[in-house]
Design a protein around this ligand. Sequence first.
Ligand code: PEP
Ligand code: CO
Length: 466
Amino acid sequence: MTTWLPHSWQKLPIRQQPCYSDATALDVALTKIKSYPPLVFAGEVEKLKRRLSAAAQGEAFVLQAGDCAERFDQCTPDIIRKKIGLLMQMSLELGMSAQKPIVSIGRIAGQYAKPRSHDVEERGDLSLPIYRGDMINDMAPTLAARQPDPERLVEAYHKSSMTLNFIRALFDGEFPSLEQSKAWGLDKKSFSPQSWDRWEQTLAEMNKSWDMVKRQTNSRAFQVVWDGEFYVSHESLLLSYESAMTRFSEDYKAYYNTGAHFLWLGNRTRTIGEAHVEYLRGLQNPIGIKIDERAEPAVIVDLLKLLNPSNAWGKIMLIPRYGLKSVGQFLPAMIATIEKHKQRVLWSVDPMHGNVFLTSSGRKTRDFNVIVDELGETLRIHSRMGTYLGAIHLEMTGEDVTECIGGRSDLKDMDLEKRYETYCDPRLNAAQGLEISQILSDMLSGREVFAPNVIPMKPSFPATLL
Ligand code: PEP
Ligand code: CO
């Protein structure tokens, strides 16, 4: 194998990249980004790998969620606070039931580039370059707006940095304490009465346990339900940007992507011998791999050996996104092959991407009930096979959007027009996010139903802390 460098991918075939017309402007932008401070540190990345290692071995659970595509104009305190508040709420629901630490990873602070099925979009007589995400071009349907603009790379760095700075500040303040749960930006009106009641019960139970701890230990401290650990992730797609954010750590004597703690390899760019795999091969960051029914189990084993040559726990998260229709057919063979080759992976499930369909009015949507069914089916398969489902990957926002149908509020096709805001895939709204965490909590706490063979649970409190 040839020597790896942050730019060694440049010699290989590559997919899903924009075509910049001004090479000098691209160079100027990338040089700026290379000179900027890292957004995350190698030590944080290593800590996340330890968390993922625990999750892979049945001792923690990972909640990874956020927008399909973040947008520059949504980098506002209110939107970020609500998204993080919802993630905390969901993590606490999961942690209480699963009695395991929950590791939270946002699809946030850098999820600005999207793989697309077509390079162009036909609009009447116009043939426009496709929208590839805010770090590349603008969504507006004009030729000028759709030109890839290198300055957007610099803006993506700044928006990621503002978002992450705000998240870090939230966790440094009183945000993580239970007493401050009102500050999480959650609005009771956004949720169904049933899930909100249940959430209040969860809070009450946590407060009761906390009162007990306080009485026994005479502590006057806030109950910190979160120790400030929050990780950020995005798809490793736009390799010029990713390599500009790749830095050598003198402490660890290795290369890290310092633009996110966790990166994933998309379903459309995971070909061995091509640029995306080559780029990720040299990093210390943990890596997610999206797989659908086109993924040959034997090829995935080769990919695992390439990306995780020491077969370390916590390095790779496999993220199947088969869809309800195909999960029963393809997941068992994939698990069996990975197990046979003794490859160490953290099994996740993305019950979103295989379940997209178009409504009669042409809106892209997903059905909440189908998402839940794929989740249940995935748990049953792992249970049968004696493996551990240690993570879930969702597309979600804290806003009251109407993009996915179903859920307790029973959103219908015709409701989608009310607040359909995504530029890319449809997201769960706040109510649907909380509901899915409660449903998954029930599935996890009744784990004997789903997974008789997995590692026994170790109750611990507070369950969110590792
Ligand atoms: C995504 O996560 O938004 C995405 C495009 O996933 P996939 O690679 O599975 O299509
Ligand atoms: Co998506």
